[in-house]
Design a binder for this molecule. Sequence first.
Ligand SMILES: Cc1cc2nc3c(=O)[nH]c(=O)nc-3n(C[C@H](O)[C@H](O)[C@H](O)COP(=O)(O)OP(=O)(O)OC[C@H]3O[C@@H](n4cnc5c(N)ncnc54)[C@H](O)[C@@H]3O)c2cc1C
Length: 452
Amino acid sequence: MTTNSAPPVHDTDVLVVGGGSAGVAAAVAAAEEGARTVLAEASGSVGGTLAWQLLEHSAGFHNVRGEQVTGGFGQRLVERLMEIGASPGHIRDDVGYTASRTPVDHAALALTQSIMLDEAGVRVWLQSPIVDATTGDDARLTAVRVHTPAGSRVVRAAVVIDASGDAAAAALAGASFQTDTSARQPTSLLFKLGGVDLALLLRHLREHPDQVRPGSVIGEDDADHVNVWGLGGLLAEGHERGELRLRRTEMHLAGWPRRGEVVVNVTRTRAEDSEEGLGLAHAELGRQVFEFVRWFRNRVPGFGSCHLSAVGDRVGVRESRRVLGLYTMDAADVRTGSAFDDTIGRGAFPIDIHSHDSPSLSHTDPVGSGFEIPYRILVPSGLGNLLVAGRCVSSTHEANGSLRITATCFTTGEAAGVAAAHAAASGKRVEDLDVTALQDSLRSRGARLAPS
Ligand SMILES: Cc1cc2nc3c(=O)[nH]c(=O)nc-3n(C[C@H](O)[C@H](O)[C@H](O)COP(=O)(O)OP(=O)(O)OC[C@H]3O[C@@H](n4cnc5c(N)ncnc54)[C@H](O)[C@@H]3O)c2cc1C
């Protein structure tokens, strides 16, 4: 027997969809600015891609000159992790890619984010994907349906923030999207190897400096953290011998030597936009992971006794839907460091584009001392009470290659959270918000809006 009774309705000021880097920052900020806030996360934990794709490090906190561009929530989170020994904080990026990198313990990151959400008074709904949305005559989102473990619920929120990475809420609300999708970045699956003797690897690299990117600083044997871009020669041999089907000219390894642990970023494939696209990609990436583990054991100094200790919990998606907002940031904005009257923060990560079919990165373009991020890239055109944050912001494929980095996702998330709280309190449409008041609130939260 089925029952068709209407699902219970929850009224709130702000609904945040997705609990990754942007969503957690958004929800904490909205709640701290006085808004009743619900965060709905589809998976069983907050933390998103940074925590559960096991990223090598959070990146993008500093520009190439070493000036910090990300403050606010992102910086607070790093300080909380440092207090419990779950991050060394911002350390030098010794391959010269950017000025700093910020390793984090993945599980501790997710737990700390949960605690911060709880402290801020956010109501966190886990295992709760949003599945439907209703818009009113003025195109505002009037209701969002969420499947929770307790049953189906309808959330009526004054403002919705889409921080789902894939712009799930924006799609359900009928938003418009960027159309330059032909060059979408490939997916990957990161994995962790345990039982690694990193001192042996470092000694090998010192004897074979051609195995690392030019300009790399190879750490001391007793380094606390190890960062390596390279192993091109060994990879080429593995491919020629038929041990590795995937041809790569380099890979990224980030290690915590005292744990004997390394995160490996090397797999990749194209995921088709279809029901089974991610499933097929997951199987292909799984084959690659097993090939690489075997190859590491047999061919890479220091890895003879290694084991596969963890794998990202989902296919790592670098790029999917990007909304069409009131402004679209493009490569020129990012490269030349455009300034905007409605800046809500800064970014400074290189434009980092990975390729499906070339064995190296497609390209990595420097972005000088960084760029300002306009509020308008968080505002989808014409919906009134929807904001976006994180990697689905209004940007071209190239600009997204920089904006998608986690430090910048913290920045856009926090700005969206404060903006949503202001809009909910004032009843204004998000495009009509008092941007000066938004900027003042962000500054008082420690955000860095413009070069000092
Ligand atoms: C392989 C790979 C390597 C990377 N390497 C780095 C790196 O080294 N350093 C770095 O800083 N960045 C790196 N990035 C980029 C960075 O990880 C992402 O761009 C960033 O984490 C995106 O953050 P987000 O908050 O927008 O989305 P996410 O962190 O992906 O969070 C989105 C959340 O929304 C949830 N969600 C999705 N749909 C729904 C729904 N319908 N209802 C409810 N919840 C939903 C998801 O479960 C998820 O938790 C990498 C990315 C990939 C894929």
